[in-house]
Ligand binder design. Structure first.
Ligand code: GLN
Length: 552
């Protein structure tokens, strides 16, 4: 069995528990250990695919599919997981299985369905032991799923004290009791605010948060303190004293210019050494850290700058497209460029006199994934401005569909061409349901999801970018481009540059007589890494940089 490291959070949510967890995993990887990551989400949604990305941030799409079969009567597949998986994959540099996202929804559903099956016949079904047993079973399952796995990192969403998370914390308490003490470790992440009036780091919230954890029977081994400035010795001493934690196990996690630097900061703090010692693991000399540091330097010291417009719903927030932002940042840093992304309110572009001027101020346009009709006319208009002005353009999923709609309207004369998602009565349904989607009514986990092979056509820009005939990319859609209008479009400058294996699903389009204009039905951003940017994003960035230098 692998070792387990649990990561809980206190004081506030959103203080970077995901990055902390991913950074610890990265450090263990530097030490030559095989690590897997689990995220526990205490909400009752079975998976985050049904959450509003504008409020909760994007769901991350995995390459693999999780077959969730708690009883023979219930079958569901998932590839939509918490956005923290994006952080995990970007740090450890490999795909993670979607079964590693455990939600309260899955745990309760599975126990209740088993109750109906008669699994617990004669028993009262309760949180303890039935829910907690199911949680422990799921955790141990992860341990068994990968060969030669050394450590499983388990991040518990929310903050200690949340009612919803209580069964998970209880399960962890039992789990730790059932295993040898050198086989599990608990790291607690808290906030140590800086009081500006006195310029002092305040440790009280951390003390309270640890007390709350202790009241649940959980003693942290390591405390990771998020703060604006590095922890002072005094703050460290106070936290250690009141938390029953050794002083060297109180780790400072100050604000950083670049988040990919965090594993290196933790290394300086000796975090991995402490963890290895507590878990009685050999402290192998770290490898790969120099490369990581060089990569971080690229992010910190850009020599040039790109500005990209992302027209969309005005309500979107930074986390709505976090994987796209990161993919652009990766490609940018790799080529010496800092990338600034401006969310342009698409509704304000609709019919606006200055919409062209607004967009021409940018080096390129990225049209985002999306659902529903709000702001789409402005997005279609933005795509067309990009075509007319020959601005570098990348359309992702919905963004590719909208580029196609703009082309059909403006070049093929299909004035009201649309997607049936946006206008079910359109006279020209140039984007419509995937055939297998037509009969689907349930919304959870039913899109065309996860990784699928993409076949790239010869003599296309896409082929010159990938230099491969077949690649694997991740998908999340119900609709796709229709071949009839695409065939007409192919006669006048549009190229279908990739399809699925059957040739029926159009996976990518490009405009052959334009400088750089590509739309993809899939999501390359999910497989971009800071130290290995996705080739499509790299090519997009390269095109923008070239154009910028030509313009002077
Ligand atoms: N709403 C579109 C579809 O379902 C696009 C989805 C997306 O952008 N991920 O096909």
């Amino acid at each position: 069995m692998p070792k387990f490291i649990f990561v809980t959070g206190g004081v506030l949510s959103g203080i970077g528990k995901g990055h902390t967890t991913a950074s610890i995993a990265k450090l263990l990887q530097f030490r030559g250990y095989e690590v897997d990551l689990v995220k526990i989400d205490p909400y009752l949604n079975v998976d985050p695919g049904t959450l509003n990305p504008v409020e909760h941030g994007e769901p991350f799409i995995t390459d693999q599919v999780f077959e969730f079969n708690p009883t023979p009567s219930f079958h569901y597949t998932s590839a939509e997981v918490d956005q923290d998986f994006g952080t995990y994959e970007r740090f450890i540099g490999r795909a993670i299985h979607p079964r590693n996202n455990i939600t309260s929804g899955q745990v309760y559903l599975s126990v209740i369905l088993q109750e109906r099956l008669g699994t617990f016949l004669g028993k009262t079904v309760q949180i303890i032991p039935h829910i907690t047993d199911e949680i422990k079973r799921r955790l141990r399952d992860t341990g068994g799923a990968i060969k030669n796995l050394d450590v499983v990192m388990v991040e518990i969403g929310g903050t200690v004290g949340d009612i919803e998370a209580a069964p998970f914390l209880e399960a962890i308490r039992q789990f730790r009791l059932e295993e040898k003490s050198c086989d599990t470790l608990l790291a607690h992440v808290t906030l140590v605010p800086l009081l500006p009036t006195v310029g002092e780091l305040k440790t009280k919230p951390t003390q309270h948060s640890v007390k709350q954890l202790q009241a649940l029977g959980l003693q942290p081994d390591v405390l990771i303190a998020r703060s604006q400035v590095p922890l002072t010795d005094d703050a460290r001493r106070k936290i250690a004293l009141h938390s029953n934690v050794a002083q060297e196990a109180v780790i400072s996690n100050p604000d950083l210019k670049e988040i990919y630097e965090l594993p290196l900061k933790f290394y300086e703090e000796g975090l991995d050494a402490i963890i290895l010692q507590r878990l009685e693991m050999t402290a192998r000399p770290p490898t790969g850290m120099t490369d990581w540091r060089q990569m971080v330097d690229q992010f910190v010291n850009p020599t040039t700058h790109l500005r990209i417009a992302m027209p969309g719903k005005y309500v979107a927030m930074a986390d709505t497209y976090v994987s796209i932002n990161e993919a652009l940042r990766h490609a940018g840093a790799n080529q010496g460029a800092k990338v600034t992304i401006d969310m342009v309110d698409a509704e304000s572009l609709e019919g606006a006199e200055d919409s062209k001027e607004q967009l021409l101020a940018y080096d390129g346009i990225l049209l985002t994934p999306g659902f529903g009709s709000r702001g789409t006319e402005g997005m279609i208009q933005a795509a067309w401005i990009a075509v007319e002005e020959d601005l570098p353009f990348l359309g992702i999923c919905f963004g590719a569909q909208l580029l196609f709609i703009a082309f059909c309207r403006n070049v093929l004369g299909m004035k009201k061409a649309n997607s049936t998602e946006l206008d079910p009565k359109t006279p020209f349904p140039v984007v419509d349901f995937l055939p297998e989607q037509k009969a689907i009514e349930e919304k959870g986990g039913t899109m065309r999801l996860a990784g699928h092979p993409v076949y790239i056509q010869p003599s296309t820009k896409l082929r010159s970018i990938y230099k491969k005939t077949k690649v694997r990319e991740r998908f999340r859609h119900r609709y796709h481009l229709m071949w009839d209008p695409a065939k007409k479009a192919e006669k006048v400058g549009l190229v279908v540059s990739a399809t699925d294996k059957t040739g029926e699903i159009i996976n990518a389009i490009e405009l052959s007589d334009k400088y750089w204009m590509v739309g993809v039905q899939y999501h390359p951003e999910y497989s971009s890494r800071p130290d290995s940017p996705h080739p499509l994003y790299s090519s997009f960035v390269e095109a923008m940089l070239k154009r910028k230098s030509m313009k002077g």
